[in-house]
Design a protein around this ligand. Structure first.
Ligand SMILES: C[S@@+](CC[C@H](N)C(=O)[O-])C[C@H]1O[C@@H](n2cnc3c(N)ncnc32)[C@H](O)[C@@H]1O
Length: 434
């Protein structure tokens, strides 16, 4: 008998818990809220009711609860003993190191290769030969994977296999693929650990600039593409009233902080009568965006290296649709950028802001399973790159719904809708000029 677990002996999908058979956030439709005073039915409909106090006039939108079917793995019921705390810290430290090895498995192609064996056990030499890697390294990695209960070993310890349900999880958008990509943030962000350590000191540097994160835009584009390729054209754009018609008949669109431009390229291909312009402060990201657009022969999209704080005044009213996808919180001075966006948005135009789904008060994020992940990401990148600029506000990616809504409203935007697309980390703030 080998040490395969029960799951691996049967059909993979049949063994997935119900909460994992649709997407990471469980089978329920998205919780969705409309702002006070907004007419019309709630799209996405029958999720759990919003939590929190009823919103008053002009206040922030009603808040959502945690994603259905997903709990914070650190949530504890009742008082905690010393032993329980010790166990949790042991799991956390072990999980952190395991995540580093998982990132390695993703980047070396080891997970993909193991998945392609469809549960058929192989020796470390066979796995190394098939992936073109060194056996000694593969064997050590397998040690981490086996004891971390990700890869299984045969009882004699000589052969290894990835049970099909785990391969399915790790390769499927909406299940584990984006988590595996997210694991790659750990080695990337660890490179700046010592610099960030110095930033904590009162007389240390304000922040760490973008030049120190060479791989970031590539990492970000990969993780964003998981969501865009799955949902952008199918559900996200159609969820915005009037936008599909506008883009089909020909509109001018701006992607602020576009990174490698995956969003604008997909939109440009789908809406050939519209024009798309992406801008980003990182020239390497813009170069990659231009290369991909050229390779796809997408002629209605252009990309520029530009600081969003310096959008030209003569762009006044030029854009019918503007999007800031996960980018606003990275900007140094969000007030300046929002004034610029207000200036360049056409009357009647639409402004989409995508930001991490969180409350502004950390104590309200206790049930959010990704809260500590995103606070750490923010510390090791988002907040810190913003702080690096002179006068940078360092909002951080967890600046949260309450602060985001208040800020958008105070710079002349009406937040008409605030929803979490099914299975996403992000909230979509749908805005128009007041
Ligand atoms: C978290 S990334 C998001 C990238 C892309 N929108 C996505 O979702 O994959 C934030 C982007 O904002 C860009 N950015 C930050 N500050 C900027 C500024 N002042 N002007 C233009 N782009 C900026 C960064 O270079 C980065 O590409």
């Amino acid at each position: 008998m080998d040490v395969r677990d029960q799951h691996s002996a049967n059909h993979p999908v049949m063994n997935l818990p119900p909460s994992l058979t649709t997407n990471r956030f469980g089978p329920s439709p998205p919780a969705h809220t409309s702002l006070p005073g907004m007419p019309g039915p709630q799209r996405g409909g029958h999720g759990p009711p919003p939590m929190g106090p009823p919103a008053g006039h002009g206040g922030p939108p009603p808040m959502m609860g945690p994603p259905p079917g997903m709990m914070n793995p650190f949530a504890a019921a009742g008082p905690e003993t010393l032993e329980q705390f010790g166990m949790r810290i042991t799991q956390t430290v072990t999980g952190g190191f395991l995540m580093l090895s998982m990132a390695m498995g993703h980047q070396t192609g080891l997970f993909d290769k193991l998945a392609s064996f469809e549960g058929d056990p192989k020796t470390s030499q066979e796995i190394a030969d098939e992936t073109g890697l060194k056996e000694r390294y593969v064997r050590e990695w397998l040690g981490a994977m086996v004891t971390g209960r990700i890869v299984n070993a045969t009882e004699d310890g000589k052969k290894f296999f990835l049970p099909p349900h785990r391969a399915l999880f790790l390769n499927t958008p909406g299940l584990g693929l984006e988590l595996l990509i997210l694991a790659s943030a750990l080695p990337m962000q660890s490179k700046v650990f010592n610099q960030i350590r110095e930033c904590f000191d009162k007389d240390g540097p304000r922040g760490v600039s973008y030049d120190n994160y060479q791989e970031f835009h590539h990492f970000m584009n990969r993780i964003s593409l998981v969501f865009w390729e799955r949902d952008l054209l199918k559900t996200f754009i159609p969820s915005i009233p009037g936008l599909t018609d506008m883009l089909e008949s020909g509109a001018s669109c701006l992607d602020v902080g576009c990174g490698e431009g995956g969003l604008s390229i997909l939109l440009a291909q789908r809406f050939p009568k519209s024009s798309f312009r992406g801008l980003d402060i990182i020239s390497a990201a813009i170069n990659d965006a231009k290369t991909v657009a050229a390779a796809k022969h997408t002629e209605n999209v252009t990309f520029d290296v530009m600081d969003a704080h310096e959008m030209p005044d003569d762009w006044e009213g030029r854009f019918n649709y503007i999007v800031c996808w996960d980018s606003l919180h990275d900007m140094a001075k969000v007030d300046v950028v929002l004034k610029k966006i207000h200036h360049v948005l056409a009357p009647g135009g639409i402004f989409s802001v995508l930001e991490v789904n969180a409350h502004s008060d950390c104590t309200k994020n206790m049930d959010n399973p990704f809260a500590s992940t995103f606070y750490t990401n923010s510390l090791f990148h988002c907040m810190t790159v913003s702080m690096a600029s002179e006068g940078g506000m360092g909002l951080g990616n967890m600046w949260g719904r309450e602060n985001t809504t208040k800020t958008l409203e105070s710079y002349g935007f009406k937040v008409e809708d605030c929803s979490v697309p099914d299975g996403w980390f992000n909230v979509h703030y749908l805005c128009r000029k007041k």
